[in-house]
Design a protein around this ligand. Structure first.
Ligand SMILES: Nc1ncnc2c1ncn2[C@@H]1O[C@H](COP(=O)(O)OP(=O)(O)O)[C@@H](O)[C@H]1O
Ligand SMILES: CC(C)(COP(=O)(O)O)[C@@H](O)C(=O)NCCC(=O)O
Ligand SMILES: [Mn+2]
Length: 783
């Protein structure tokens, strides 16, 4: 499928290429595209741009914004993108050589394209042209807004969500039904209400001048605060009833007869007059009152328009929302309240970038809107033939958020917010066929929703900070051979700054990047590493530990082969757990590992076996008495002792008992996890010294497959299609490691037998499960 010169068909992950930030290949993307879209509004200039690597491996969209008052900074930023990404991740000499991601890093096939929309596209057209020296293509604002929203709804997984206090981010998939008609309420400086009935069919049916600019302006006048973020921050502690006139102030109680509670606002700011005309009012109270005033008013106007046009779905867009819980709560509440639950307020994770996204994907190969009504604004560039995509056409979602991690935001200081990236994902990610995910038993990969657990949330953010500093120390001590050179060291410093910056932001706005989980925090860390060009900092460590472990394998196999059958099963399971202690991601163990103080026997002696978390015996009995397994899928974890001395001998046992075995490993590096490529090499090496492994490897009863994932945790709904094919008919699923079996999938249920094997190596993870540090999780569940 073509979107604005970018071909999204057949996107696949292209494995590991050290030094390259992107390894997602768009095999059909022949064109080198240098493209930036900017949407310059009354308050903010929003920028969307694409980065692509040396081999045309593109596919990362970045989002950032500047104040319109600083439009020159924005233009400078765009120029730096065109000049080869001076403001980007790879901003140093050697990065250019290595083809780090850059909007302009490689020689493009055609000249750069700047798409501009919003009022400022007209107002600053001359400035843009002069400063950038390229043709500026101006796109209509409403057209871009709706095209952008249609794109996000259709193409981006986990984009649309509803808000409620107990479920702040409940994702919905609007494409299970026809996405039209819907109402877009775009809250920017002012508010536009647009009815969208099809691709390119829209009408601005209403609006209000009481919008984001109103709140910003009034708050500035009344409180003197300039920054919008500071104002949002103040609303948290404010008490609006100190300045508003409440129903209770008038009635002394509820006015139940007409459904008004004493705590409802009767008159925004109306309390000032009665309560204390001469009193100095608290800025925070004023801020909260005005946020309610503006949001409630918009919510009500939105409801009335939806009612008038018989539309049930209302999308709220515009930079005003900012994922701010109080704002979303007010808008949601208003829609729910007035419609008595009939309509739903839908929010977007790219809410502020609808126009810029629409403009970005706009070219001749995208259908141009056909006028829906005479009142529709005409296109300034307008002589193209209108072509329309059938409204019901649905596509697989080709993009997904890797959360809102924008390099640009972290580097361009004057950008008002780092608002993220869209990543192309391999086109087909699917659920493990054995995964139980039904209405009655929905699958949720994350064991703890940190958005709901303030204490655990702040623990984990602090733990990630501590762990990150530990990583620097580790590199400084020379324990990371792959990070020893000067260039890597500099990148590592950039990574630390970038990741810590994200963590800081998350402390302030826990929902900024979507629902928070340990999986998300760990995934974010890997992404930041990849972003600065550090593809695999543990490569050297993995290599060394694997060499040591493989050398010890033949003796271990000989020793366990000699054991009685039941004891053999028990020993092999326990070796998997001992192997899992070789975890360079664990703050508690890292120093010992770096000092080379751990071996398999010592690791085993540290583990405790408690019946709440260990039912080894049940699995031993199953192996002795039950029918032989036909096919097992094993989700592996760390390289070195974990996979070589734990998982491989266990897989060999399953093979000996008649099962085919699929070893599923990460597609890309994360910590010291073994990757698919590394694992294939390990198996081949192990097979040289062992006849059973050699035969299974040769005959294909033992195979290695990529999961499609690249973090220390795992979402079993998003697996590479090849793995899903290989997993069909599997009657045993094994999941190894703390990331995959404790932080995620701890409660996952399967339609077949399953065994989870990990060690609690983190105090909070242990506490949350009622476990102790170094308790084994060796839990077998029969189908
Ligand atoms: N960091 C910020 N700086 C300024 N305004 C912000 C910020 N975050 C949110 N806003 C709100 O977003 C509004 C601008 O929204 P936007 O969708 O960009 O509209 P426009 O296109 O009219 O500039 C501002 O008026 C303000 O209410
Ligand atoms: C990243 C990990 C999940 C890896 O564990 P594994 O899956 O390899 O067993 C784990 O090391 C972890 O939770 N680390 C973060 C907390 C800490 O610093 O200990
Ligand atoms: Mn691991």
């Amino acid at each position: 499928m073509m979107f604005g010169g970018i071909d999204s068909t057949g996107a696949i992950i292209d494995g590991i290429k050290p030094g390259e930030a992107h390894d997602i290949l768009l095999p059909n993307q022949r064109q080198r595209v240098q493209k930036v879209a900017v949407d310059i509004g009354g308050s903010l200039a929003k920028v969307v741009y694409l980065t692509s690597g040396r081999h045309n491996q593109g596919g990362r969209l970045h989002f950032t914004a500047f104040e319109t008052d600083n439009v020159e900074t924005c233009v400078r930023f765009i120029r730096s993108l065109l000049d080869g990404g001076a403001a980007q991740a790879g901003d140093e000499e050697e990065d250019e050589e290595e083809g780090s991601s850059s909007c302009g890093g490689s020689v493009p096939d055609s000249g750069p394209v700047i798409m501009a929309t919003g009022g400022g596209a007209h107002r600053f057209r001359a400035l843009l042209g002069r400063e950038l020296g390229v043709e500026i293509r101006v796109e209509d604002e409403m057209e871009s807004l709706t095209a952008g929203l249609n794109f996000l709804i259709r193409e981006v997984a986990d984009e649309v969500f509803t808000y409620s206090e107990d479920k702040p981010m409940q994702f919905v998939d609007p494409t299970t039904d026809d996405i039209f008609p819907y109402l877009l309420v775009n809250i920017g400086s002012g508010v536009s209400i647009i009815k969208v009935t099809g691709e390119g069919r829209f009408e601005r049916i209403s609006g209000t001048s009481l919008g984001g600019g109103t709140l910003w302006g009034l708050l500035h006048l009344l409180t003197g605060v300039r920054s919008f973020d500071a104002m949002l921050g103040m609303t948290k502690s404010g008490d609006n009833s100190k300045v508003d006139m409440m129903v209770g102030d008038i009635y002394g109680s509820d006015y139940g007869k007409i459904g008004l509670k004493a705590t409802n606002i009767a008159s925004s700011m109306g309390g000032v007059y009665r309560k204390a005309l001469d009193k100095q009012h608290d800025d925070a109270d004023i801020a909260r009152s005005l946020l309610y005033m503006v949001s409630n008013n918009i919510g009500q106007i939105a409801y009335l328009n939806a009612q008038l046009h018989g539309i049930k779905r209302i999308y709220f867009g515009g930079y005003f929302i900012r994922g701010h819980p109080l704002t979303m709560h007010t808008l949601s509440y208003a829609i729910n309240f007035w419609s008595r639950g009939e309509m739903s307020a839908l929010f977007l994770r790219h809410e502020g970038f609808l126009g810029a996204t629409g403009a970005f994907f706009k070219t001749e190969d995208v259908p141009t809107p056909a006028p829906a009504s005479p009142s529709q604004p005409s296109t300034p560039t307008g002589q193209r033939t209108p072509r329309r995509r059938p409204p019901t056409e649905r596509r697989a979602k080709a993009y997904s958020f890797t959360e809102n991690f924008s390099i640009a935001g972290a580097i361009a200081d004057e950008a008002v917010g780092a608002l993220g990236m869209l990543d192309r994902e391999p086109s087909k990610l699917m659920a493990l066929p054995q995964l139980v995910n039904t209405g009655a038993q929905p699958y949720q990969p994350d064991t703890v929703d940190l958005s709901q657990e303030p204490q655990q949330q702040s623990y984990w953010i602090a733990a990630m900070e501590r762990n990150t500093h530990g990583l620097l120390d580790l590199a400084a001590s020379g324990a990371l051979p792959s990070c020893a050179d000067e260039a890597s060291r500099r990148r590592l410093e950039r990574f630390v700054a970038l990741y810590l910056d994200h963590l800081r932001r998350l402390r302030e706005r826990p929902l900024a990047y979507g629902a928070m989980s340990v999986r998300a925090l760990l995934g974010l860390r890997e992404q930041c590493l990849h972003e600065v060009g550090l593809e695999d900092i543990f490569a050297g460590v993995k290599q060394r530990e694997t060499d040591v472990a493989l050398a010890a394998l033949p003796a271990l196999l000989a020793q366990t082969d000699a054991l009685p059958a039941d004891e053999q099963v028990r020993q092999l399971l326990h070796n998997v757990l001992a192997g899992n202690m070789f975890d360079w991601g664990s703050t508690a163990l890292r120093e010992e590992l770096a000092a080379g103080q751990l071996d398999l026997a010592r690791a085993r002696s540290r583990i405790h076996w408690r019946s709440q978390f260990d039912n080894t015996d049940a699995f031993v009995r199953r192996m002795a008495g039950g029918p032989a397994y036909r096919r097992a899928v094993v989700f592996v974890d760390n390289s070195g002792a974990d996979v070589c001395l734990g998982v491989l001998p266990f897989a060999r046992l399953l093979l000996a008992r008649g099962a085919a075995v699929v070893l599923a490993a990460n597609s890309r590096p994360a910590l010291n996890d073994v990757t698919e490529r590394e694992l294939a090499d390990i198996v081949a090496r192990a097979a040289q010294d062992d006849d059973a492994l050699a035969a299974a490897w040769r005959e294909g009863t033992l195979v290695v497959c990529a999961t499609g994932s690249s973090g220390p945790c795992l979402d079993l709904r998003k697996l590479d299609e090849r793995l899903v094919r290989l997993a069909r008919g599997a009657d045993l699923v094994a999941i190894v490691g703390m990331g995959r079996a404790i932080h995620s999938n701890y409660r996952a249920r399967f339609a077949c037998d399953a065994i989870k094997l990990a060690v609690f190596k983190n105090q909070m993870a242990a506490d949350a499960a009622g476990a102790d540090m170094y308790d084994a999780l060796c839990w077998y569940d029969a189908a």
